[in-house]
Design a protein. Structure first.
Length: 291
């Protein structure tokens, strides 16, 4: 049996950063393990000189191990217990890191699902806001219509919204042009409030149109007759006369309808539009007016 010859390379790495981490023992045959060196407590200053020295010592160690192996003298390298401890610590840290990575992956998955859910909730909220906005707009519109209908059906009494005949008339005409349901009432209130105003005749003419549209031929005849009082020479007078004759014919007052047609031809026939002349002839035929 070969005599035990403990061989340590601590001297080769003395004064370098490898000393606190590893002690290497080279032995020729099985022997009792050598005592590990004590790890110094002082911090290591990794200077360029120390790193170079470490590199040289490691190279010397590699050559020594290679030479012993080549000479047939087995070399056993025992790791320093501190290194074993550090390796265990590193393995534990790697396991913990793997656990953390798995946790992060699960959290990322949860975040993606939550993000999708939040996006869905935001879309649903946007749709709800649009629905609520539309509903509020429709409710507001219905409330306005109900108020307008209520005003239109209220008792008609003399009243001036502005205190001025011209402004009241312009207001009523704007309503009529915009098909406001309150236009008819506004004109009816105007002709009661301002019967002697310059705009009263035209207001009655426009009121007759609204009543005719509503199917109130008797009311339309009354309004057209008031508009034509004195047979005004206005741009709308010929049209009002034909509409008056139409209303009289529709309410079975053919004698009066024929009289209105005669007044049309006598007062407005010359220069009247062809369409009005044709309508006057049609009314005369329907009412069987005498030649």
């Amino acid at each position: 049996m070969t005599q035990l010859r403990p061989y340590t390379v601590s001297a080769l790495i003395a004064g370098t950063a490898l000393a606190p981490l590893m002690a290497v023992v080279l032995v020729a045959a099985p022997a009792a393990p050598a005592q590990a060196q004590q790890v110094p407590d002082q911090a290591i200053d990794w200077t360029p000189r120390r790193l170079n020295q470490l590199d040289r010592n490691v190279r010397r160690l590699e050559r020594a191990v290679t030479q012993r192996n080549a000479a047939g003298d087995p070399v056993l390298i025992e790791t320093d217990p501190e290194v074993v401890v550090l390796q265990a610590v590193m393995e534990n840290m790697q396991r913990r890191l793997a656990d953390l990575e798995a946790t992060v992956q699960r959290m990322n998955g949860d975040i993606e699902r939550l993000t999708f859910a939040v996006d869905e909730a935001q879309r649903d909220n946007a749709a709800m806001r649009r629905l609520l906005t539309d509903s509020n707009n429709r409710i507001t519109e219905l409330e306005g219509q109900l108020q307008a209908v209520s005003e239109a059906n209220a008792p008609i009494v003399a009243d001036s919204p502005t205190g001025d005949a011209r402004q009241d008339f312009e207001r009523a005409i704007r309503m009529a042009n915009s098909n406001d349901v309150r236009a008819r009432r506004a004109l009816e209130v105007f002709v009661i409030t301002w019967p002697d105003a310059a705009q009263a005749r035209e207001a009655n003419y426009r009121l007759g149109d609204l009543r005719a549209v509503d199917g109130d031929q008797a009311g339309a005849v009354q309004a057209y007759a008031a508009a034509l009082s004195g047979w005004p020479r206005t741009s709308w007078a010929p049209d009002a006369t034909i509409k008056l004759a139409t209303g009289l014919n529709a309410t079975d007052r053919n004698t009066q309808a024929c009289a209105a047609v005669r007044e049309f031809f006598q007062r407005y026939g010359e220069g009247a539009p062809t369409t009005l002349i044709n309508r006057a002839r049609q009314i005369r035929e329907r009412a069987e007016c005498p030649a």
